[in-house]
Design a binder for this molecule. Structure first.
Ligand SMILES: *Cc1c(COP(=O)(O)O)cnc(C)c1O
Length: 472
């Protein structure tokens, strides 16, 4: 399989090229040249298989010649061996026709582990084959850094450098970044906010000599392999709920997705494009509602960023939305490039007619305010559904499952639970009046010493810190 850029200028690359590059050199996002379709038999044959096996089957048409089938299966197995639940992503029934898909049983307790663990295995394998070495650098507002550390810690031929804003992430989030015993993990506490961290990383990449010498690469959510890895749990859950056997359930499985950068929701779109029996995909946001506004009016325009209790969704430009726009424009790369270059320059992009209809075919998009998010956490707790984190609560609220109730007649709905409630204990306790018991992954961190380098938000200080870490 070849991967093309949504902006059409960068040459097509193979799976390995797309994996290692992240962003395409023309500023676009790599996307498969076409979406392979699974046959009804292939879909039915996924039922009852271990998660890692389904992952290998979903990924194999994309991987092509970049890896032998046995190697892909081995890497998938290694990626999902460290999850605390044997199902990796278990479904828990929460109503007559509603389920919660728990994506938080990975080592850093957030759904980002699912793609990041596989990405680290793939990087390790590709680097060994080409006798290379890479430094993964990541600026984090909380969850991505922990997921990157847990995934790359101890992976041969890699170093992982995480920048986080000192004093602005939770204690649990900080420990995931700073308490790794592995010597290839480097935690940098920056005296500044998340924007300062992100700006530093961007400037670092623009320093081409340093970037080359330090072998820098980024693993952000625009990497197509992360999206493909996330399509897997749409497949496992749709198949587990009987969607592959139309005699038991009529209709397709609906999903509700807490949405920030739109990677997770787009993974659902991709799974549907591959022929999986998936109905509407509800994109749920917090007050930062660029997507619901775009779905309603056709105008995709930045608003002012408002901090919320679901910080992983505090985003005013959803990078993966470009992938859906590319599809909605009939894969017209020149039109996509014009649209997003216009958005980057002027902060707005207009969609109309067929393109807007194609966007809306994903499903509804809905924004949920802070009060409704808190009320949903409280309601779930009161109804005996346990603790839900604020991100998951946004999707639960947008789907209206607890407020309106659901009925047996409705087609099944799956709400993606993207973080463990113990990752956001303050918000959950404030809403429920109860204390979230810490899971084993958090308890294990408590006794470990933290290792962290503190530095001002300054490019030279960052470069010398990295040079020291890598012994350049
Ligand atoms: C990253 C994240 C999201 C948003 O996912 P996107 O793919 O960026 O839309 C939702 N919830 C949690 C807990 C996250 O960490």
């Amino acid at each position: 399989m070849r991967f093309v850029s949504t902006r059409g200028v960068a040459p097509a690359v193979d799976f390995e090229g797309a994996l290692m590059a992240g962003l395409a050199p023309d500023g676009g996002l790599y996307t498969p040249e076409h979406w392979p379709r699974l046959s009804t038999d292939e879909i039915a044959d996924l039922a009852g298989r271990p998660y890692a096996e389904v992952a290998a089957r979903i990924l194999s048409p994309f991987v092509g010649d970049s890896l032998e089938p046995a190697a892909l299966r081995r890497l998938c197995q290694a990626a999902y061996a460290r999850f605390a639940h044997p199902a990796v992503a278990p479904l828990v029934q929460i109503g007559p026709a509603s389920w919660r898909l728990e994506l938080f049983h990975g080592p850093s307790l957030a759904f980002k582990d699912i793609a990041m663990q596989l990405l680290a295995q793939l990087y390790g394998e590709m680097l060994a084959r080409r006798d290379g070495r890479l430094t993964i650098i990541c600026a984090t507002s909380g969850d991505t850094g922990g997921a990157a550390v847990e995934a790359f810690a101890g992976v041969a031929r890699t170093d992982v450098v995480v920048l986080f804003p000192e004093g602005r992430i939770s204690e649990v989030q900080r420990r995931f970044i700073t308490a790794s015993p592995e010597s290839n993990v480097h935690a940098l506490a920056v005296q500044g906010d998340f924007d300062a961290c992100q700006a530093l990383v961007k400037r670092l990449f623009r320093d081409a000599d340093f970037a080359r010498e330090a072998r820098l690469t980024a693993v952000n959510s625009i990497n197509i392999v992360r999206i493909l890895a996330q399509a897997v749990y749409y497949a496992t859950s749709a198949v587990a709920l009987g969607a592959a056997t139309p005699s038991t359930i009529s209709g397709k499985i609906r999903f509700a997705v807490p949405t920030g950068n739109f990677g997770d929701a787009f993974a659902g779109w991709a799974a549907r494009a591959m022929g999986l029996p998936i109905g509407e995909i509800l994109a749920a946001t917090n007050r930062n509602d660029i997507l619901p506004r775009a779905f309603a009016s056709g105008v995709y325009v930045r608003g002012t960023l408002a901090p919320t209790q679901s910080p992983a969704m505090d985003i005013q430009a959803a990078s993966n939305f470009e992938r859906l726009v590319f599809e909605a424009l009939g894969r017209d790369a020149a039109a996509t490039a014009a649209a997003f270059e216009g958005f980057e320059a002027g902060g707005a992009l207009n969609l109309s007619g067929e393109a807007l209809n194609a966007i809306r075919a994903l499903g509804p998009a809905r924004a949920v305010d802070e009060a409704e998010t808190s009320r949903t956490m409280a309601l779930a707790h009161d109804r005996g559904l346990g603790f839900v984190d604020p991100h998951t609560a946004v999707a639960l609220a947008a789907a209206g499952i607890l407020e309106a109730g659901d009925t047996r007649e409705a087609s099944p709905r799956v709400v993606l639970a993207t973080a463990h409630p113990a990752k956001f204990p303050e918000a959950v306790s404030a809403a429920t009046g109860d204390v979230v018991p810490p899971p084993a992954q958090v308890l294990a961190l408590n006794g470990r010493p933290e290792r962290v380098i503190r530095l001002p938000a300054d490019l030279d200080a960052l470069k010398s810190a990295i040079a020291g870490c890598l012994a350049l």
